[in-house]
Design a protein around this ligand. Sequence first.
Ligand code: G16
Length: 543
Amino acid sequence: MAAITKPTTPFEGQRPGTSGLRKKVKVFQQPGYLENFVQSVYDVIGDFSGSTLVVGGDGRYYNKEAIQIILKMAAANGFGRALVGRDGILSTPAASCVIRKHGAYGGLILSASHNPAGPDEDFGIKYNIGSGGPAPEGVTEAIFARTGNISEYKTLDVDDITLEQLGTVQIGDMQVEVIDPVADYAELMQSIFDFDAIRELLSGDFRMAFDAMHAVTGPYARVIFEEMLGAPEGTVINGIARDDFGGGHPDPNLTYAEELVDMMYGEHAPDFGAASDGDGDRNMILGRHFFVTPSDSLAILAANARLVPGYADGIAGVARSMPTSAAVDRVAARLGIDCYETPTGWKFFGNLMDAGKVTLCGEESFGTGSNHVREKDGPWAVLFWLNILAVRKVSVEEIVNEHWTLYGRNYYSRYDYEGVDAAAAEEMMAYLRSRFEKLPGNNFGERIVKTCDDFSYTDPVDQSVSSGQGIRILFEDGSRIIFRLSGTGTEGATVRVYIESFEHDTDKHGMNAQEALGDLIETAGVISRLQEFTGRSEPTVIT
Ligand code: G16
């Protein structure tokens, strides 16, 4: 069947952000908008003729329509085979798993992650390469450059295919296989973790709750936790994936995972609680009346990795994004392994994992993962914790307290100011940069500024340089304040302020993070004049 070529003209602003192109659904629904981006991907990723493309998304509004467009264009551009999750569903880590397992050329993942879904909300798309990881910056920049001069796209004039049934159908010369979205992923999880030990844990008095937040992990969690591991029915809450995520904001943090948080801090709380986000790559871990920060979670997984069959031989190294606390650095030092500090964005971990330099990676933004795939992985992190709990047979709180006693505690918090005027946010960042020479040596309470810079990263594998990755104010006592503008929002700018201070003294480990960081939080406001620039006196979200 002959491809049809349709003329088109470029759209402004199709530069992928921290994790792909994220815009309002209405923007994506403009005729040619998605087509331009997809054709730009196909135009720059090399010779894929006859090879396999993986396609799937988090099930949000516009997912299925987008998949039909992508498949017809894939066939017209020469892909030989496409693997698509049933109902158009593939969580982000599952998509990465499928790309790797089936030797696909790459994949298109449709998600705006934790951002709300629905006709007036967000949609997103990103390209992942054959390793299963998000395309590196060189590729995303080439895609963006192509969107600026695109003049036509190729498609086929065929009917939509049925995504609801497993099986194989043909679009032009391309075979489309509709696959079970959970099977490959569940099999991979079984190969890493001690399912027997976790099954035994869950068959006793131990109780857990998993909040799928009406998003993509519902089907995965029900199969893995309830069917395979025998957790009682109802363990998974909000487990039906809806195209508007039930009207919620599926971001697993203390603000948005309210139902789970109430349960875990209520009377008769379960022993263990966890939540994942819209596309299944983030995780939040809770014990009874206890929250584990993502930075601590990464450090604890690294310290306990040998308890898990998949990591029993030890881990090669660890990596964290720059704003993530240095808790994992201390574990790496004790284990005698390397620890890498990268910019924010999972794509920066890909080279390190491919080169065998790191096994575990994590970010303060509720992302943890390993080299089993090339995305962060929500349910994997939950299984990791369950495996540790099954072996150590103590509570989440005890594990964290013991960890702090051994390594010290990195008090940590992030303040988000969402929907800020973009120009005002840029002005504030420019103001901070203008202070770099003046701040060092200044006292703020008892803390003295040591250095300030704009974080720049040279990839140790391919030597590529990524600069302007966040402003760091580093104090002589090792504490830090970081300012960054988010690369994932769709409205105005989101200012993120990250605050960290290390406490070695065990007697001071019991403080509330806000209390322990109070003076630094105040200093952040003074140094940045945030309120003056943005008009905001309070953050929208504190994690
Ligand atoms: C994405 C990226 C993460 C990043 C997070 C927050 O996560 O994959 O690496 O940490 O965004 O980024 P920002 O601070 O720029 O908003 P997700 O879960 O949204 O795909």
